[in-house]
Design a protein around this ligand. Structure first.
Ligand code: VGL
Ligand code: ZN
Length: 234
């Protein structure tokens, strides 16, 4: 399906601690990096805003096992594990929203996240940008992505989970499937890099109608259109 009008891409928690070998490694969490980068490229080409969240916990929080929570310590503010994975090509000047700073809450949903410099929440940013549809990628499907998707529905936004660019923690073996079922019932849509048709902004300028095979076909059409204009045809 074509990219919805007034869309943004949210890249969720692509941090070292959520990668295999990290403090809270998500199985195959690193395998989605090429897909996340591909979506970043597509949204950038379409001129759609791209935002990122990060888990950003204090050393002690009810979120951690030592204080009665579910998780080993992870993504502690300022530690290497809280850094974005260097393989993720976040665009320069990207809006980064942090969550989980309050030691009294888990704050899985990105709707609990805010920009540290301004205090502006995800909701504030989406309003300011005029966003009506949110595309979600990143980690983890059964926690942050799930609760962010449900939060977006509550905010009366359209929401699509980019299912090939997310992975689940799967504390229980079927958490991923149960999450998908919950999200389907809630009205969340799903796309993959093959099914999402992103129109390139430059195509409009060149008067090229992209083919349904996606943006690469559109780029190819532009190249051939340019070759005709500048070529040696009489
Ligand atoms: C998350 C578990 C613990 C997430 C954060 O971002 O999905 N999961 N903290
Ligand atoms: Zn966390």
């Amino acid at each position: 399906m074509a990219l919805q009008p007034n869309s943004a891409l949210l890249v969720v928690d692509m941090q070292r601690d959520f990668m295999p070998g990290g403090a809270l490694g998500v199985p195959e969490g690193d395998s989605i990096i090429p897909k996340v980068n591909a979506y970043i490229g597509q949204f950038a080409m379409a001129g759609a805003p791209i935002l990122a969240t990060r888990d950003w916990h204090p050393p002690e929080t009810v979120h951690f096992q030592a204080q009665g929570g579910l998780w080993p310590p992870h993504c502690v503010q300022g530690t290497p594990g809280a850094e974005f994975h260097p393989g993720v090509k976040l665009p320069e000047g990207i809006i980064v929203l942090s969550k989980g700073m309050d030691p009294r809450e888990d704050a899985y949903s990105a709707f609990h996240a805010r920009a540290l410099e301004t205090g502006a929440t995800l909701r504030d940013h989406l309003r300011a940008l005029g966003i009506e549809h949110l595309y979600l990628s990143g980690l983890a499907l059964d926690y942050c992505v799930k609760w962010t998707a449900l939060g977006a529905i509550r905010e009366v936004l359209g929401v699509t989970v980019l299912i090939d660019a997310t992975r689940a923690v799967n504390l229980a073996p079927h958490d991923a499937e149960e999450t998908i079922e919950t999200l389907v019932r809630a009205g969340v849509q799903f796309e993959t890099i093959e099914t999402l048709w992103v129109t390139c902004k430059a195509c409009e300028e060149f008067g090229v109608t992209p083919l349904e095979t996606g943006a690469s076909a559109a780029e190819e059409a532009i190249r051939s259109a340019e070759a005709t204009v500048h070529g040696s045809e009489p």
